[in-house]
Write a protein that binds this ligand. Structure first.
Ligand code: ADP
Ligand code: ZN
Length: 644
């Protein structure tokens, strides 16, 4: 349902126009304005002419020379004067004359000369009516041009049909669904996300339970995940489970040509939502409005106003009212920090690409209503589609069904599924998220490299999860470490362990395949950052010792540091950082070489399972260590750098 929007937009300084004005009115207004200028100016000059006798400049000069002028009024472009002859007549019969004034003529001099010959100069100071007229018509012209170009720009840039109509009418695509009819049953996998959302559902069901205790519920949650992973579906399912209305709008709909429109749209949305609360507001692609405000490019842009309005609305509504704002993005890192503050979108719910089990479940959900032939093996399809998202799988199933119809069959068979896999996933640009077998092996070894170094080191944080299912951030796999307790201090040994863990990925690639991949770039950046801090901030390097050549600029905000030293020192910092990194990398390589069989074993297991837990990892490591207890102990200890 499209929402009615009756309010005029907010009174921004350059607002685009009344919401209700249809396009034709603007043209008509413009025409009337131009016509008015013409009419007024011609009436004005007509009056001027009929009232007075027109004379020539030389007539006027002669009369002046003869001292015949009784009164004069000097205007911007003319002189109106009364001869003594006329002045002698009764007032009703007097007729004044006028003559044009040469533009170069000095009006003050003329006034002086007139006074000298005995005339009364009425208003020697210019009454510049025609000047005003000129300014007025210029202003109108410029205004008109501006409007016209503006409209064309909208038409060109907007891309959407009927933009002229859009000028006045709000085209925000706000959809309100009384009942989404989607429940968690329709969302396959995503158990962690569902769990986090469960509380919101409970709150919508029964707000008193929370308010009685005095608990404040989060007003918003941010769903983070690649397109097609089911963020919208999850939000709808929350509304469905809680049985509340569902409002949805896309962030890009807020961003409008005219200043003030986006902000008014936000206000309208929340106003409508408040009417039917409890409800869910879902803002898709929030990064379109929520991207960080940038003071460098100056002031109060449209997007900034919209964002501010959004923040206001979120702060404004009472949490007890039962409005829950869910937003989706795949680029959480570009969001304005203000959006993520407590009381706003302070919860982050990761909606990952599904792993093998998740893909299988998704296929099952989407084939529920489809008649499948005996030979269909969904597990095989799930295995082939690593990296595919829910939307891809839904599409795949649908394509397969269409193919079956085209072939005149009543049932969908395995071949249909395989062929549509080719067209939907392998054949599209999405294929780069579906890894080749070799890439998968590389990623698996890389991740196990991280995990194994962490598992074998003394000072490391335990590994909680390893996966080779591509991640939202673009990482092809990742290893998650979970600290046992919160730490405020780190020893230099712990930091070095962290660096070895970070470099373990690259080390595994080198040890096993003898190659270097781009997949390690983020690891290397992070390790370099750590090494740099150790050398330049924490005084932990042998080369520079107890000196901190860097300063921290803004400890409370982002804590960025910059080098604050001579060029020679700066060069020494670089070489110390380099040495530290080299040493850690070599140590990681040594460690993995010594535990090669373990590395192979775990990597092969990961390749099959795609995701393994920290416990599974430790089971491998412990089994191995039981087998050769002394050997591993001594060998982890020694760490001789060797030539790369
Ligand atoms: P997003 O909002 O993350 O871009 P959507 O929620 O729009 O993705 O997902 C698009 C479609 O993909 C859904 O309508 C659904 O058919 C399918 N889909 C995505 N994820 C899942 C899932 N986990 N389970 C079932 N279907 C899914
Ligand atoms: Zn890595």
């Amino acid at each position: 349902m499209d929402m009615n929007r009756k309010d005029p937009p907010q009174n921004g300084p350059n607002k685009g126009g009344d919401n209700k004005t249809p396009k034709n009115n603007i043209w008509i207004t413009l025409l009337i304005a131009v016509a008015a200028v013409f009419v007024i100016s011609s009436i004005y000059s007509a009056i001027n002419k009929s009232q007075y006798n027109q004379t020539t400049w030389s007539d006027f000069r002669q009369a002046m020379a003869a001292g015949q002028i009784a009164e004069a009024e000097i205007q911007y472009d003319r002189v109106i004067y009364l001869t003594k002859e006329e002045a002698a007549k009764p007032a009703s019969q007097q007729k004044a004359c006028y003559t044009g004034l040469p533009t170069t003529y000095n009006q003050m001099e003329l006034a002086d000369a007139l006074i000298a010959q005995g005339a009364t100069v009425d208003r020697a100071i210019v009454e510049d009516n025609s000047g005003i007229m000129m300014v007025l018509s210029y202003a109108l012209m410029i205004g008109g041009m501006f409007l016209i170009t503006n409209m064309f720009a909208r038409r060109m840039g907007g891309g959407e049909g009927g933009m002229m109509g859009g000028f006045g009418k709000s085209k925000a695509k706000v959809y309100m669904e009384k009942q989404t009819g989607v429940t968690f049953k329709d969302v396959a996998g995503q158990d962690e996300a569902k769990e986090s959302l469960q509380e919101i559902i409970d709150f919508l069901h029964n707000p008193q339970k929370y308010t009685e205790i005095g608990a404040k519920l989060p007003k918003g949650a941010l769903l983070v995940g690649s397109p097609g992973t089911g963020k919208t579906l999850l939000a709808k399912a929350v509304a469905g489970e809680a049985n509340v209305p569902f409002f949805s709008i896309s962030g890009s709909d807020f961003v409008e040509m005219f200043v003030g429109m986006g902000a008014s749209r936000v206000r309208d949305l929340f106003k409508e939502a408040a009417k039917v609360a409890p409800c869910i507001i879902f803002i898709d692609e929030i990064d379109a409005v929520g991207r960080a405000r940038d003071s460098r490019y100056g002031g109060n842009s449209e997007h900034e106003q919209t964002l501010n309005q959004l923040l206001n609305e979120i702060d404004g509504f009472e949490p007890t009212k039962g409005i829950v704002c869910l937003a989706a993005t795949n680029r959480p890192e570009i969001l304005d920090k203000a959006l993520l503050r407590p009381g706003r979108f302070d919860r982050r719910i990761i909606v990952d690409r599904p792993n093998l089990q998740g893909r299988l479940d998704t296929l099952k959900v989407h084939t529920r209503k489809i008649k499948l032939a005996e030979d269909v093996d969904l597990r095989k399809i799930a295995q082939a589609t690593a990296g595919a998202v829910g939307a891809d799988l839904a599409n795949l199933v649908n394509e397969a069904a269409l193919r079956a119809v085209r072939k005149g069959r009543k049932l969908v068979n395995q071949e249909d599924l395989l062929v549509s896999f080719e067209t939907v996933i392998a054949g599209s640009e999405k294929k780069n998220t579906v890894l080749t077998d070799m890439e998968k092996r590389l990623v698996a070894y890389h991740e196990v490299g991280h995990a194994l170094v962490a598992a074998l080191e003394k000072h490391s944080q335990p590994v909680s999860k390893i996966t080779i299912v591509p991640h939202t951030s673009g990482a092809l796999g990742y290893t998650m470490q979970m600290p046992e307790e919160e730490k405020f201090l780190n020893t230099s040994e712990e930091l070095k362990t962290e660096m070895r863990t970070l470099l373990g990925g690259r080390a595994a690639e080198a040890v096993v395949f003898g190659v270097k991949t781009t997949g390690a770039s983020n690891d290397i950046q992070r390790a370099t950052g750590l090494a740099r801090n150790m050398v330049a901030l924490y005084g932990m390097s042998e080369e520079l010792g107890l000196m901190a050549p860097a300063s921290v600029t803004n400890q409370y905000l982002d804590g960025q540091s910059y080098l604050d030293c001579s060029q020679e020192t700066s060069a020494r910092v670089d070489s110390a950082v380099q040495k530290l990194l080299d040493r850690c990398y070599e140590e990681a390589k040594t460690l993995l070489t010594e535990n090669r069989s373990l590395l192979d074993e775990i990597s092969e297991y990961l390749l099959v399972k795609e995701t393994i837990t920290g416990d599974e990892l430790m089971a491998f490591v412990n089994a191995e260590q039981k087998r050769l207890p002394e050997e591993t102990e001594t060998e982890t200890e020694k760490s001789e750098p060797e030539e790369a």
